[in-house]
Design a protein around this ligand. Sequence first.
Ligand SMILES: [Cu+2]
Length: 793
Amino acid sequence: MLPSLPWLAFGVASSSNLVSAQTAGSISQVGSSLVSAMMMFLGNEEKVYILDKAEGNSAQINGHPAWGAAWDINGHTATLMDVYTNTFCASGMHLPNGSYATFGGNGAVGPGGNIGSVLNNAGSGAYDATYGDYDGGNAIRILNPCTNADDWSSSQCQWFDNATVLAMQKRRWYSACEPLGDGTIALIGGFVNGGYINRNTPNTDPAYEGGAAEPTYEFFPSRGNATEMQFMVSTSGLNSYAHTYLMPSGKMLVQANISTMLWDPDTNTETPLPGMPGNVVRVYPASGAVAMLPLTPANNWTPTILFCGGSDMPDTYWGNYSYPYYNTWDYPASKDCQRLTPEPQDGSSPAYQQDDDMLEGRTMGQFIALPDGTMLVVNGGMNGTAGYAQATGMTPNFNDMPYGESLAAGPVGTPAIYNPNMPSGSRWSNAGLGNSNIARLYHSSAMLLPDASVMIAGSNPNIDVNLTTIFPTTYTVEVFYPPYFSAPVRPQPTGVPTQLSYGGAYFNITVPSTSYSGSANAAAANTTVVLSRGGFTTHAMNMGQRHLQLNNTYTVNSDGSYVLHVAQAPPNPNIFQPGPALLFVVVNGIPSNGTMVIVGSGNIETQPTSAVSDLPPNVLNDAAQGKGSSDSSQSSSSKPSTGVIVGAIVGAIAVIGVVGAAFGIYMARRRRAASRQHPAAAYAMGTTRSGYMGSGVAGADYTRHSDSSAFVPLQQDNPSMAWNASSVSLQYRDDFGGRPSDGHLHTYRLCDDVWTFIVQDPVFKMESNEMVSARRIKIVACKNGDAIEAGKK
Ligand SMILES: [Cu+2]
């Protein structure tokens, strides 16, 4: 069927958008990511690392479709990277040395999202012979960022990804991920194997959902056994990819469903905070734009979290693991914004504060903290939710789904910028901002780059690569150039350090007179030095994103240059956890290029702190003037600092030592893994395929082998044989007119509704305890207690 009109109109209206690079406010298409950028992070000043799920990308590596790549920021080209396990909907975080880790994901899948050809004991995919992916359910993958000067054929520049060596205790899909002050990463909650939302209906087991939910937390490196978090139970269902922000006290703000709390990771105690006003859900799949506002000397580095958009759908509309019960694409996303300061410094009780509405409702909008202290929001849709499905509770037939598998519609192509320093009522603007004609819906991503532009990529609300649906698997990379790209010159600071400590002696950065024009006194007084950590982006989130303005004073020289006397990071690693960040010098709102620095010791350890040293008083010079020309060519140059790169590598080596000590044979295995020789025997080799089959589900992210809400009675009868709502096969979608030759039409009564399937050989159990053998199943209909039989469509 044809897509509905709004998106077509949208595309046409913006089709003249292919403007030249670096026009302020513009979005330019710059290249192909080769794999769809579900996840990204900035590795160093040269590279953005990209991860996709295991799917049928045409780009091949080592004989199978690729789902990893490294993006060269200056060259606008992607280089494929081999990844072993399925990174589908993992989470990720930096380590203190500048390396990155990703956590969890999905079992192995093959074409169509079907469960892999080799099963593990739990029935999910251990390996798939076609796509070549291994089970990523509890995987921990480590990458040490490399530059063009490094040997990319070396295992040191490739993913370490072997879950038989390095893994979480629990399978986690959509886990929350937040570093503590020593660099240890807290991993919280998640699905065991996936689904639309993390609950059955009725929700009789809100903690574990019959084995489908993982309400525990654990740490990397481990601090002991995974432990249940009560908040994950009380927010059951809408609790995956919880929003988590470490607070100065060492407690962590955790927000999920419509609840909020402060969590003490040392004692597992919870302090309830007020609920979300308006019952707006901000976590996946409502997927609001959520970020910490800039930490500044003016606010004494007190965190305030901004929650914007998402969805206020009534609770029942959210459905369960299988799919939403509502046609989400018809439901407007929220415009609502709320601020929360979880630890007010005046001792008052934390309370949500109404903030300005966004200019349009957005689900899957994504905040990028810009170096000038404003908050960019990009991507997302005006209607619906994240996730994808082949049916909803209201639309049982896939052919009636108006946007293919997408549960969102109305992509928003125009960015908007929120300025936290403007008076209430005037914080949002999109004046002067261009737009994109590329839908960036489910599985899109965005990341601040070292030149202070923003990379935008991904979008793939499809179970497997689909280039012909309305919202296709997307490879095109765009770059958004914020308004400061109109500046005739960009600051060119010198003396930027490569490592910052927590407290201690200040350092000096010199801003040459060519970096600005006009009064030197005014420029110096209007200069900030900021640490900007872009984080790990996936699912409209930037996990770990923080922006911190360092304290500084200045000395203006008679030649128009001035020296910034810059304090180290505040002597509390909970405010800005140890790890990589870009350091920008921002003059009159115009950022320099960012320099990659490491904050802290580079190790996972209690961070050394020192007293804050006094800064020299400001020294002015009334006659000094800037000599910045109007030659804009300066603003486009990108100059990686070799000093910084060396620093990052040294730091990386330091942390490898830590990881190696913790995990023994890590390094040795990693080297051996250079060629794609996996210890197949280390994976459980399924002997039969009974019980489980290729998947595609009537629910969102499909290879959940555990138990569909719609089939609770069966699941309780026989969990190990629990049949799978994930077993609805996409490829059989069109087979209803002419049924599969070896299939059988069966009708069952389940959950008070009559369900009709074409059954082709998995084993599952009927209410009568009769075992039915079938290989593929297609749900035809379950609506208001009436079956819509296959042959009648
Ligand atoms: Cu996902």
